[in-house]
Design a protein around this ligand. Structure first.
Ligand SMILES: C=CC1=C(C)c2cc3[nH]c(cc4nc(cc5[nH]c(cc1n2)c(C)c5CCC(=O)O)C(CCC(=O)O)=C4C)c(C)c3C=C
Ligand SMILES: [Fe+2]
Ligand SMILES: [Fe+2]
Length: 340
């Protein structure tokens, strides 16, 4: 029997500082997230970051937390429930960090008689710190605990027509009537991650990311973010001059891909943009990074620079048209198990 596992990033179990600390420890000690040698990673994470960040992050989480828990988990559960209504195989969820874990999700499927799983990492663009670590973890769990289970992984879908149409329609519906600019803010990654995962070693984090065809694009997060933007802009017939791409949420002292969202928000406001709409297409579900970092902090940064109206465009979340896309992407993989 076949089944579907939807995998998202995960959140702390509560906003208590200790729970946030435990979550950040697991997250940042992942070698695909902070890719230093173990000893240097441990020194940085446990010796520096975990000393102060958990308290600060816990305060931020408190501002977005709902009665049902973390927005990211609540929304992922909503996606699961809606998808379950329109597919005829069991659907479960698993988080890369904290609970419910990928192992718990697979176990639930196995308990229902599933031996072939379509695993959907809920990230439109490929990154070592997202798609790749989800697959690594699922494979580790499968080999250790479920050696007879087959897993078929859904690939990044940033350039698929069905996804672009869905995202463009969703943005169109939520765009305010008058806006001077539409900013696409993607989660950032350290530049080093892009060089590291480029099998061709040709990406220069510049013009090559915007070239139409290059074998490096399959693993270039930066290219995939720009491509998503380009395809949405074309679909919406927006003038390119009215759009901006930027990268948010950087951590630590390394160089991350540019331009940075926080700096851009202030600069464009200073240049005269008064009415701004912002969308965050690296996230399929709203979370701390969109609801707090963009909607609250981002708005303040924009207004600090002289901007007036800041309009945040929510993620696809559990919109029906997005659930239809999830269904189609899952069904493609459910049908090609014989290829595995
Ligand atoms: C959308 C894709 C994401 C990429 C790429 C990504 C890379 C990445 N993230 C960190 C560090 C942090 N990210 C945090 C939160 C967070 N990150 C993503 C997604 C991506 N991260 C999401 C969906 C969330 C929100 C989780 C939630 O519970 O709502 C955090 C925790 C919050 C905080 O303390 O600020 C950290 C830390 C790194 C280092 C990285 C790439 C190397
Ligand atoms: Fe992140
Ligand atoms: Fe590139």
């Amino acid at each position: 029997m076949k089944g579907i596992l939807l995998v998202n990033l995960g959140s702390p179990r509560s906003t208590a500082v200790n729970d946030v600390k435990e979550y950040l420890d697991e997250f940042l000690m992942d070698e695909k997230v902070i890719d230093y040698r173990w000893i240097f990673r441990a020194l940085l994470v446990q010796g520096v970051i975990l000393k102060t960040r958990p308290a600060k992050s816990a305060e931020a989480y408190k501002t977005v937390w709902t009665d049902q828990g973390s927005p990211l988990i609540v929304i992922t559960e909503k996606i699961q429930k809606k998808l379950q209504k329109i597919v005829d195989v069991p659907v479960e969820i698993g988080m890369r960090y904290a609970q419910p874990s990928i192992e718990a999700g697979i176990q639930k499927l196995v308990d229902q008689g599933v031996s072939e799983i379509v695993l959907f990492p809920l990230y439109p663009q490929y990154a070592m710190s997202t798609t790749e670590t989800v697959i690594d973890k699922a494979e580790e769990v499968r080999k250790k605990k479920f050696p007879k289970v087959k897993i078929n992984y859904i690939q990044p879908f940033y350039n698929r027509d069905i996804y672009i149409n869905c995202l463009a329609e969703s943005i169109k519906e939520k765009l305010p009537e008058n806006f001077d600019a539409l900013q696409f803010s993607y989660h950032g990654v350290p530049e080093r991650h892009i060089y590291k995962t480029d099998p061709t070693k040709t990406c220069n984090l510049n013009d090559c990311c915007s070239r139409d065809s290059n074998p490096s694009h399959k693993f270039c997060y930066r290219h995939q973010c720009y491509k998503t933007t380009q395809l949405v802009i074309e679909k919406l017939n927006l003038p390119k001059e009215k759009t901006i791409v930027s990268f948010q949420s950087r951590l630590g002292k390394d160089k991350w891909i540019e331009p940075y969202t926080d700096e851009t928000l202030e600069t464009i406001a200073k240049k005269g943009v008064k009415n701004l709409a912002v969308v965050c297409p690296a996230f399929v579900s709203d979370c701390l990074e969109t609801l707090e970092e963009i909607s609250v902090e981002g708005k303040e940064q924009f207004q600090h620079g002289g901007g007036e109206n800041f309009h945040y465009i929510p993620c696809l979340n559990d919109e029906d048209r997005w659930i239809d896309v999830v269904k189609i992407l899952c069904e493609e993989k459910l049908n090609d198990f014989y290829l595995v």
